[in-house]
Design a protein around this ligand. Structure first.
Ligand SMILES: *Cc1c(COP(=O)(O)O)cnc(C)c1O
Length: 383
């Protein structure tokens, strides 16, 4: 009740995360995985959906393990009461491996220096580490290169023999999984097989091996090995939108409550720089979301919001805290306090892919964008 003196506690700007959509997407991924387990990737605070809540919903829906980037991310999950296996795969060699070991976090090592760092922590704590080896099969980003691999295996063999390390997995990451027939995929698969064979020749047998991200998990069942490692598909965004949505449901809705509705006369300019000029009298709505909240300024003039049962084009420059949309004659009577959806998964609503196309990026970056004053809320799940 705008102006009535009753305080509305619905956030002005929020990302609403549908945990039932997360569970639905996990079930789709487990079906595709066949006999392989599903590790849900919840790095970067669950792709900005909330790592802890997503992790709990995903595990309840059949995921078996969790993957993150840093030790701090992994420890935060453990401290939330999650006892599933948690792997972290990007840390400096002088990271606090002791805190990972103490929390039963699986540590991925991409170099001898990293393994030495882990070994030092094992000696300090007097407690073995759970280690996976990240091998570089052609992404040429993280992962141990072939040249350093024999030295890494020698140290690993010694640590395993001394019961200082439990070798959990050997894994790698694909460069072109979003092109399911790209020849580099088979090349990476073959190199992955060689890395595993070389480990075996050193007397090292991993408990499991894994390679597939979302795109591979959905299109290359032959690469599922013992476990798949989807991220983006868990959040309901297709890793290959040109091929299919795979029945996934976007989990994030980014929405705001209209802060003001008013008339603007023909000839008046709207927002900084007057880049948009009204060619007739019109009604505009002020949306309290700006580039400080994750609506990129470069999206100005290239987007619309879902408001009052229709798409309303953004007009003029996106500012730090606010943006303006055009309601025309406002036939549906949009009022202050109404909800405008910036993006989401419901029919009619702008899809994150639309922002990605307008911005020349991928939807991964779009869902990672909301921040600042955007408050996160949840829907569904066993909450
Ligand atoms: C981010 C990441 C994934 C998940 O990738 P998606 O494309 O989001 O499925 C899997 N494995 C590794 C090593 C990653 O860094």
């Amino acid at each position: 009740m705008a102006g009535s003196g009753i305080v509305n506690t619905v956030p002005q700007l929020e990302t609403l995360i549908d945990l039932d959509a997360i569970a639905h997407n996990v079930r789709i991924l487990t079906e595709h995985a066949g006999d392989a387990a599903v590790m849900v990737v919840v790095k970067a605070d669950g792709y900005n959906h909330g790592a802890i809540e997503v992790a709990k919903a995903a595990l309840a829906a059949g995921a078996r393990e969790l993957g993150v980037t840093t030790i701090a991310e992994a420890v935060a999950l453990r401290e939330s009461g999650i006892d599933a296996p948690i792997l972290c795969w990007l840390n400096n060699s002088d990271a606090d491996f002791g805190s990972a070991i103490a929390a039963d976090i699986e540590i991925a090592v991409p170099s001898v220096a990293h393994l030495e760092g882990v070994a030092a922590a094992v000696d300090r704590l007097g407690r073995p580490a759970i280690v996976s080896v990240k091998v570089d099969t052609g992404l040429n980003r993280n992962g141990v290169p072939e040249s350093e691999y024999p030295r890494l295996l020698e140290l690993l063999k010694q640590l395993v023999t001394e019961d200082k390390v439990r070798l959990r997995a050997i894994f790698s990451h694909l460069a072109n999984a979003d092109e399911p027939r790209h020849p580099s995929i088979d090349l990476q698969r073959d190199r992955f097989g060689e890395f595993i064979a070389v480990a075996r020749a050193h007397g090292l047998t991993p408990e499991l091996v894994h390679l597939a991200n979302s795109a591979a998990a959905l299109t290359r069942p032959d690469l599922a090995f013992d476990m798949v490692r989807p991220g983006i598909a868990v959040y309901g965004l297709s890793p290959i939108p040109e091929i299919s949505d795979f029945g996934l449901r976007p989990a994030m809705t980014f929405r705001a409550r209209v802060a003001l509705v008013k008339r603007v006369a023909a000839g008046e300019g709207v927002s900084y720089g007057h880049e948009w000029i009204a060619d007739r009298d019109t009604t505009v709505a002020l949306i309290p979301a700006g580039y400080a909240d994750g609506v990129p300024r470069t999206l100005g003039g290239k987007f619309s919001v879902w408001l009052g049962g229709a798409r309303r084009p953004g007009i003029g420059r996106i500012c730090m805290d606010q943006l303006v949309v055009n309601l025309g004659e406002n036939e549906t009577g949009v009022r202050e306090g109404d909800t405008a959806v910036l993006f989401g998964g419901e029919p009619g609503v702008p899809h994150p892919q639309e922002w990605a196309d307008a911005l020349g990026t991928i939807h991964y970056e779009v869902v990672c964008a909301p921040r600042g004053r955007a408050v996160r809320g949840y829907l569904g799940g066993d909450r």
